[in-house]
Write a protein that binds this ligand. Sequence first.
Ligand SMILES: Cc1ncc(COP(=O)(O)O)c(C=O)c1O
Length: 384
Amino acid sequence: MAMQEPATRPANPRFSSGPCAKPPTFELNKLADAALGRSHRAAIGKAKLKAAIEGTREVLGIPADYRIGIVPASDTGAVEMALWSLLGARGVEMLAWESFGKGWVTDVVKQLKLDAVVREAEYGQLPDLSAVDFANDVVFTWNGTTSGVRVPNGDWIPADREGLTICDATSAAFAMDLPWDKLDVTTFSWQKVLGGEAAHGMLILSPRAVERLESYTPAWPLPKIFRLTKGGKLIEGIFSGATINTPSMLCVEDYLFALDWARSVGGLQGLIARADANARAVWDFCDTRDWIDNLAEDPATRSNTSVCLKFTDPAIADPAAFSKAVVKRLDDLGVAYDIGAYRDAPAGLRIWCGGTVETSDVEALMPWIEWAYQAELEAQKQAA
Ligand SMILES: Cc1ncc(COP(=O)(O)O)c(C=O)c1O
């Protein structure tokens, strides 16, 4: 028998894993102070860029001696700059357990042609972190957005490592504690946890990463858009708001708004608590159902932002078609947008739980997932 539609809908149906939901207090008119039509190199533009950098430092608790730069091409741009500028000086280990991490492996092995040690794991799992040799430079993703698997903490990274750690933290920053002393390069995009706009990347460098930049020149050419040094010295301007090329001052204003909102909910700890509560609402729902489960196998590695789920009911004939149909049903009704698993990931759902999403909306979504699951099972029966 078909279940009745739940009575309550999520007030905001946006559960996309990027661009993510805007902060709940967002309205376009909140960006009215944007320095539009002005040079980003004028005092007003530079001040806003600097405020974006220092606001990032303050909210994320980044040490004073770390450089923070706004760079082109979103998180991808920031990661690529780091890979192309830093690697090749010593051995490299690549850790990958989902689509984005695997993309960085391709870049390093096929494009830079480095003979890297590649440690990969299937969706739902982590590679063996205890096997990593930190005499090498180590590249990894803090939270695998497409599998919903994150590293549990930074304890596996030694403080006295010889190599650098290069961490894609785009779906982790502002939702998880990042141990800055264990991270030499950290990247993220505004479009993720704070619900900002895409196209701008953040590149955070430890003093050791800067030392590498100033003492090592890669064998390959670097386009202007990647260049962080000039004459063997760090281009310090990049880290005070003199961006490599022209940023969008509208996006900058939007990021400043998002940082203000982050402060208003208690800063980093407030954001982490919001993401934890959202993810908990999904986990609790799954724990009390025998037809849906986390893709992450070890609860200690479950993401609190990109929560990935799989249908486990053996009655489901074609999990990919079934998941798609569930997603479409909820999308058509305006109950939930963009909750399908990533295109390269196993079939299922992915529900963004970062801090800009309200827990009441996640809670309201859960009965709808049950309803859509039941409705699809029924449809499958009718079609058989
Ligand atoms: C882990 C990870 N890395 C990189 C990216 C690419 O980010 P962007 O499109 O902001 O460059 C994403 C986007 O979802 C991601 O989740």
